[in-house]
Design a protein around this ligand. Structure first.
Ligand SMILES: *Cc1c(COP(=O)(O)O)cnc(C)c1O
Length: 393
């Protein structure tokens, strides 16, 4: 049998055999500390809903009210007739919140990277990219046609070496890094990266998807965390994680934002965020503008959970953020661990290759401000029980 697509069946069987097949669970409840998944009530250790805004009453209400006034869809790409005053207000308020010159929004963080990188560099240029950068950065780099030089993960010395060797052979240079690395929960040394980048006259871009609403004063992000205001050219963010909705953000230099309105392909050729998305993001932003309570609670929960998990004997890798990888190594073990957790009422997914390197499979626990202390205690109890049963601790 040589049907043109039969290779897919073989590939899928290989994935299953090596514990790398993605099984997707279906939720029938809102995102919160507890979920209904496949008909079962489970503790949520999976979502990027860091602050609980995905189901916050004020956010839901803002979306409802906006739909009464504006309807649902933007009905066109933004340059034609798809920009509403809601989009403009969101961009203006985000810029003020983050303390930057200007902001432009996209349909997603993934699109923000696909828009930005090819708009800044092309075939005559070079990109220096952290080896563990997010897939959307990698794809944006490839789309640009620029030469891509990978430097060792979070290693300013290696970046310095690569710039010294390669920079002079190209017209423009871009240094790009994740802010918070989504699989390990470590933070890029952006202060050192900034100094090196400046010395080599390169553009600096950071993708702060997991830092937006998490790092910095009241969740203002990684640039605020390092107090690098005005020094980082481009800060990409997402509205789908801590903000609890959906959407992408590019914040920073006003020339870059103006250029993206002219040359960002997902901006020019794909319709804008919908009305309820945009209004909900504005409501999330207002909650962050008014109080640091949720961000503070997120960090308290994080500190507590991680200290207790380490005490129980789990290896949490190099995380310094609410992203808590429980390192297991073998992909099949990670899947089995996740299955046992689910049976005991904890929803935490196994993550393996290609999302993380081979042999570095893990369960990734996402802590949120919505978890009560009892929820975290219960989760840890079950982790310890399964860990002992499977010989991990
Ligand atoms: C999640 C993530 C994205 C994608 O964001 P979406 O808004 O969900 O498309 C981009 N970059 C990084 C580093 C991320 O973690």
């Amino acid at each position: 049998m040589t049907l043109p697509l039969s290779w897919i069946q073989e590939e899928i069987e290989n994935l299953r055999a090596s514990g790398l097949y993605n099984s997707i669970r279906t939720l029938s409840s809102p995102q919160g500390a507890w979920l209904i998944v496949d008909g079962k009530k489970v503790l949520n250790f999976c979502s990027n809903n860091y602050l609980g805004l995905a189901n916050h009453p004020k956010v839901v209400q803002a979306a409802q009210l906006a739909m009464e006034k504006y309807g649902v869809g933007p009905a066109a790409v933004r340059t034609i007739a798809g920009t509403m005053d809601l989009h403009v207000e969101l961009e203006r308020r985000l810029a003020a919140f983050k303390g930057v010159e200007a902001v432009i929004t996209f349909q997603s963080g993934f699109n923000a990277n696909l828009a930005t990188i090819p708009a800044l560099v092309g075939k005559e240029d070079v990109i220096f990219s952290d080896e563990l950068n997010h897939a959307s950065i990698i794809d944006g780099c490839r789309l640009s046609g620029a030469k891509i030089v990978r430097y060792s993960h979070c290693d300013p010395q290696d970046l310095q070496r690569a710039l010294a060797e390669e920079r002079r052979n190209y017209r423009r240079a871009l240094v790009v890094t994740d802010g918070v690395f989504s699989m390990d929960g470590d933070i890029a040394p952006l202060d050192q990266i900034y100094e090196i980048t400046k010395n080599h006259k390169a553009i600096l871009m950071v993708d702060d998807a997991h830092g937006e609403g998490v790092l910095g004063r009241g969740g203002r992000g990684i640039v605020d965390h390092y107090d690098l205001h005005g020094k980082v050219d481009i800060e990409v963010g997402t509205l789908s994680k801590a903000f609890g909705v959906v959407g992408g953000v590019v914040a920073g230099n006003s020339l870059v934002v103006e250029w993206l309105r002219q040359r960002g392909r997902p901006f020019l050729f794909s319709s804008a965020m919908t009305v309820p998305d945009t209004a909900a993001c504005l409501a999330s932003l207002e909650i962050l503008e008014n109080s640091t309570e949720l961000v503070d609670r997120l960090w308290e929960n994080t500190q507590y959970f991680k200290a207790e998990m380490r005490r129980a004997g789990f290896d949490l890798g190099r995380s310094v953020t609410p992203i808590t990888p429980v390192m297991l190594g073998d992909a099949s073990l990670a899947q089995e661990f996740s299955r046992h957790l689910f049976e005991e009422g904890v929803f935490a997914m196994a993550i393996g290759y290609p999302t993380v390197p081979r042999g570095k499979a893990r369960i990734r626990v996402m802590i949120s401000a919505t978890h009560q202390k009892e929820d975290l205690e219960r989760g840890m109890e079950i982790f310890a029980r399964v860990g002992k049963r499977l010989g991990v601790i």
